[in-house]
Design a protein around this ligand. Structure first.
Ligand SMILES: C[S@@+](CC[C@H](N)C(=O)[O-])C[C@H]1O[C@@H](n2cnc3c(N)ncnc32)[C@H](O)[C@@H]1O
Length: 262
């Protein structure tokens, strides 16, 4: 599967994704994944930033509110339409563009930093996406991204529960199995069951890589790896959203910050 085909699937997901995430159902993003991403982020005030795979622009807007001059790109026209509509409601001076992360339409050394929130693992050629991010960064610029944690988002995963029904472990296998565009259907886990039946499920092509493949891609591109984080929900968040207890058994996500040589 190529990025255009994978992108078409995302375009078909865009309306439901936008509606549900804006209604607060992307609880992992809102309660611990993006908050941790922002904790890891260095000062971006007055910097030129590129958000790669920006979707409907939620995280791009958070970066703009921190003072960065943001550009958001996404392969899905529908996502970009939703993002632009929001920009018309509240001007944050974000410029949105339909573009493929594997062929960024910008000259070399354009941006001070680039971000990719949960988008790189949805691309068939992460190596190309990482080298494109590297190309458009100015010397000394940084690239920070989040992905599904490669060690735990494996083809086989089964929850093991204790007598009270709480998850205490996960059975994991298939780590070295290479998924290359296999399509998975899912929706936000916090959506009530009756609503899950009513909404169109997201169809997402999966491309798996091991942890060492991800890290070596960055190193081979010339990045220096600077910071890691493995977000998890706080006690208070789990009290509010008990099904997020799973995210305290193992890390759902991995955040990496890497820097281009000055
Ligand atoms: C899981 S969503 C994340 C969206 C957004 N960053 C967020 O955190 O809410 C993945 C996004 O990556 C985009 N995407 C997938 N492949 C892409 C590609 N080759 N180029 C640009 N965007 C892509 C999808 O259209 C989708 O918006």
């Amino acid at each position: 599967m190529d990025s255009v085909q994978a992108g078409r699937m995302w375009n078909d997901n865009a309306d439901t994704w936008t509606q549900l995430s804006r209604a607060g159902y992307d609880v992992c993003r809102d309660t611990f994944n993006t908050p941790t991403f922002l904790e890891v982020l260095s000062d971006i005030n007055n910097l030129e930033g590129l958000d790669i795979g920006c979707g409907e622009g939620h995280n791009t807007r958070l970066l703009a509110r921190r003072g960065a001059r943001m550009t958001g790109i996404d392969i899905s026209e529908r996502f970009i339409e939703h993002a632009r509509a929001k920009e018309e409601e509240e001007t944050l001076w974000i410029s949105y563009r339909v573009a493929d992360a594997l062929h960024l339409p910008y000259p070399a050394e354009t941006f001070n930093f680039a971000t990719a929130f949960m988008s790189l693992m949805d691309m068939p050629d992460a190596s190309r996406a990482i080298s494109e991010a590297h190309r458009v960064l100015k010397p000394g610029g940084f690239f920070q991204f989040s992905i599904s944690h490669p060690c735990f988002d494996t083809p086989h995963r089964k929850k093991l529960r204790d007598e009270e029904g709480n998850a205490y472990a996960f059975e994991i296998s298939g780590y070295f199995q290479k998924l290359d565009g296999e399509v998975e259907e899912w929706t936000f886990g916090t959506l009530p069951l009756e609503k899950q039946e009513q909404v169109r499920k997201f169809k997402v092509a999966r491309f798996t890589r091991t942890l060492s493949e991800w890290l070596n891609l960055l190193l081979d591109t010339g990045f220096t790896i600077e910071r890691f984080a493995e977000p998890r929900p706080s006690d208070e968040v789990v009290l509010q959203h008990p099904n997020l207890q799973d995210a305290r058994v193992f890390p759902f996500f991995l955040i990496v910050r890497a820097r281009k040589q000055p």
